[in-house]
Design a protein around this ligand. Structure first.
Ligand SMILES: [Zn+2]
Length: 189
């Protein structure tokens, strides 16, 4: 069970997941709500799928409250303390997640995939029901996004069990199909 701390929040925010276990990690901090009061005891690290403001707005509050550091693809971003490179493994909860650099929505976007647990954090690359990330913002590029979705399809197993996304509900019923659908939809849209 990986709770979304932004569940039921009405403000402009991404989802913010609390991955508990050996190493308690917040995946994306969200924005414009009090995430600190929703994290009960402690946090060992914050991992960012990308640095859009709706994902990182709460980073300073989490840093201050828990004296914790952050990991992301681009250490030049003020919200990123430590670099995560493509192919790195990052421990979250009780599993190692592979870092997949997946630009197209934003240059520093990564997905995080644990093949042992069959869990994926997809950020704003793909969403439920074949949704896919906006490419009309700065650094957005549809062709790049399509390549990133196709790379994701080539890496994750078809029996992927859970996909946690940056906005909207997590997918636990054959999320691989949702990614395939996103690949097709992004080519049409
Ligand atoms: Zn975004």
């Amino acid at each position: 069970m990986i709770p979304n701390l932004a569940r039921d929040v009405r403000a402009f925010t991404s989802n913010a997941f609390l991955v508990t276990g050996d190493r308690t990690v917040v995946v994306d901090a969200g924005a414009n709500f009090d995430v600190v009061s929703k994290i009960r005891d402690h946090v060992d690290a914050v991992v960012l799928t990308h640095t859009h403001s709706d994902h990182v707005g709460n980073v300073d509050a989490v840093r201050d409250a828990f004296d914790v550091e952050t990991w992301g693809f681009d250490p030049a971003q003020p919200s990123v303390d430590h670099e995560l490179a493509d192919g790195d493994d990052v421990r979250m909860g009780d599993h190692d997640y592979r870092v997949l650099h997946t630009p197209g929505h934003k240059d520093d976007h990564v997905c995080l995939y644990a093949s042992t647990a069959e869990v994926l954090f997809a950020g704003d690359l793909v969403f439920e029901n074949g949704g896919f990330g906006r490419t009309d913002l700065d650094e957005g590029d549809r062709e790049t996004l399509i390549r990133s979705i196709d790379r994701l399809l080539s890496v994750v197993d078809e029996d992927l069990a859970a996909m946690h996304v940056g906005h909207g509900p997590s997918v636990t019923g054959r999320p691989y199909d949702d990614i395939e659908l996103a690949s097709r939809a992004a080519r049409l849209g």
